[in-house]
Design a protein around this ligand. Structure first.
Ligand code: BDR
Ligand code: CA
Length: 330
């Protein structure tokens, strides 16, 4: 039997982060060492509590470490909002405005506490002690990881691979130029791009090609388990929010960005098209702030630093999600 892939997930939970945690925990080929929280979709107390709620639903015992509450430096620029994922709209007949992530996931309050150690120290301690066999999967702003790299650069040589959700070349969401995770902490993202670690980027170009639809959500619910219901609730919420805020080609479907990154760790073939090239982040504070600049030139003389996904196998992703979630009993 092949050895399980050791991963640390870094999340700003979040409806799609929640599904990323559930699939990472339930995938038989993944050894989920820990989950670190970071501010992003919502302020840190919410993203941490939501992460703990998801752990409870799974009845899992992986440790959860609280990470950074603000971006590294981006809040210092007056033109930046330095904010959370705030897109929302008021729809007639609905009490609360529709947003992609509510403050709290609709799950019971958590029953077990977060670890005492800070996520950044956890990264440093764990990576330095490791055999270089740990894969990092950040699916929120890259603050924790960049902080750890700045504090102890020796960790970079110990990272097997970084598979991150973020960025977009032909597709963006937060501004005309930028995707949310990168926009929320562009300096952190550039530090990671310069780290010299093997990096695979799963951007919107791939995640928008792998949307999960309402029929599939019904199948998750029909599993009759607490986890199946939690997944279906998140998917249904996302389908409703996306149809109002960021309509996809198929209206009754939504991307589950963060879970695609988890899938790509153990099933790289889910990414059907990618470009290995130079990727940098615009940190100018201008119109393109937070943009992932993907060098399309075959003759680029800058060192190539990342494999940037451009397309994904939707059906494979949907089957994988179902296979993972079906494993939860009870
Ligand atoms: C990313 O931003 C967040 O809203 C999602 O959780 C995902 O990680 C998509 O742009
Ligand atoms: Ca996220």
């Amino acid at each position: 039997m092949a050895e399980k892939r050791k991963i640390i997930l870094d999340v700003d939970t979040g409806t799609d982060d929640a599904i990323a945690i559930m699939t990472a925990y339930l995938d038989p080929d993944i050894d989920l060492l820990a989950v670190c929280s970071v501010a992003g979709n919502k302020p840190l107390p919410y993203t941490t509590e939501n992460t703990l709620r998801v752990r409870d639903v799974l009845r899992a015992d992986f440790p959860v470490y609280r990470g950074c509450a603000t971006a590294m430096v981006s809040t210092l620029l007056p033109n930046r909002h330095g904010g959370y994922s705030g897109q929302r709209t008021q729809v007639e007949g609905m009490e609360a405005p529709i947003e992609i992530h509510t403050d709290y996931l609709e799950l019971p309050p958590s029953t077990r506490p977060v670890e005492k150690e800070h996520a950044v120290w956890y990264y440093i301690d764990t990576l330095l002690r490791s055999d270089g066999d740990i894969t990092l999967v950040p699916v929120g702003p890259l603050t924790n990881l960049a902080m750890a790299m700045r504090l102890e650069p020796a960790i970079c040589a110990k990272i097997r691979e970084i598979v991150l959700m973020g960025g977009g070349c032909y597709r963006t969401n937060t501004t005309a130029a930028a995707e949310f995770n990168i926009w929320a902490d562009p300096e952190a993202a550039q530090i990671v791009m310069d780290s010299g670690c093997p990096i695979r980027i799963i951007p919107l170009d791939a995640t928008h090609r792998a949307c999960i639809n309402a029929d599939e959500s019904r199948e998750f619910r029909a599993l009759g388990t607490s986890v199946g219901k939690a997944v279906a609730d998140c998917v249904d919420h996302r389908i409703l929010a996306y149809s109002h805020l960021q309509p996809m080609e198929r209206l009754d479907s939504a991307p589950i960005h963060d879970a695609l990154a988890v899938c790509a760790v153990v099933h790289p073939e889910v990414i059907t098209k990618s470009i290995f090239t130079r990727v940098d982040i615009d940190i100018s504070g201008g119109l393109a702030d937070g943009q992932t600049i993907v060098d399309p030139r075959t003759y680029t003389d800058r060192p190539r630093n990342a494999d940037f996904a451009l397309d994904a196998d939707r059906d494979l992703f949907a089957r994988w999600m179902m296979d993972c979630i079906r494993r939860f009993q009870g």
